[in-house]
Design a protein around this ligand. Structure first.
Ligand code: ADP
Ligand code: MG
Length: 179
């Protein structure tokens, strides 16, 4: 059984084709890593899977449902979420407010307090700094917050683009948790 099946995806920027038939399959409860040199197309693939870039050809199946043409918003509602590279936090909002913003899907909002507790166990530093503005956190702390915000959406599939950027080795291993 696959949770996510990406089949023969082609996409790019304007006229420039970057992906020429990329495929990847993810099973439930599995951790999958995509490796490649700089410029290989990892970010392009992730952005295409969540719908931030249009799919030119190929299909994206989530639990056997064709979600290829859905908007990033609708894909997030179905549990397909990307923690983008570069963090993209709400810098003038507090840590807590950023985390609450992550819990926008309906099912995530209902259990938000419990998820918040789990996230604070995973990243105690964020608990300590819950009232601090996100833009004033250190780079590593901002990365923790970006990861934590992704977890707040209770995703079925959470994809990270360069997740360890700015994190210490011990913090990098911290969010690799068994589902
Ligand atoms: N916004 C963009 N416009 C045009 N080309 C881009 C853009 N972003 C990335 N590219 C090109 O797409 C290719 C793949 O880049 P990217 O997906 O960022 O690779 P990776 O994440 O594996 O380092 C590179 O050749 C890069 O120059
Ligand atoms: Mg990249």
């Amino acid at each position: 059984m696959t949770s996510l099946a990406v089949r023969s995806i082609e996409s790019g920027y304007g006229e420039v084709q970057i992906l020429w038939g990329a495929s990847v399959e993810l099973g439930p409860g599995k951790l999958t890593t995509i490796l490649g040199s700089n410029g290989a197309g990892k970010t392009t693939l992730l952005r295409t899977i969540v719908g931030l870039l249009p799919v030119w050809k190929g299909t994206v199946l989530l639990d056997d449902r064709d979600v290829t043409r859905l908007s990033p918003h609708d894909k997030a509602k179905l549990g397909l979420v990307l923690v983008p590279e570069g963090r993209q936090l709400f810098s003038t909002m507090s840590v807590l407010e950023n985390l609450e913003m992550g819990a926008t899907p309906k099912n995530a909002r209902a259990g938000m307090r419990a998820t918040l507790d789990q996230v604070f166990v995973l990243f105690p530093r964020l608990a300590e700094r819950r009232t601090q503005l996100a833009g004033t956190l250190s780079g590593g702390e901002q990365q923790m917050l970006a990861i934590a915000r992704g977890l707040m959406s209770k995703p079925k599939i959470l994809m990270f683009d360069e997740p360890s950027l700015g994190l210490s080795p011990s913090d990098s291993s911290r969010f690799v948790v068994t589902p």
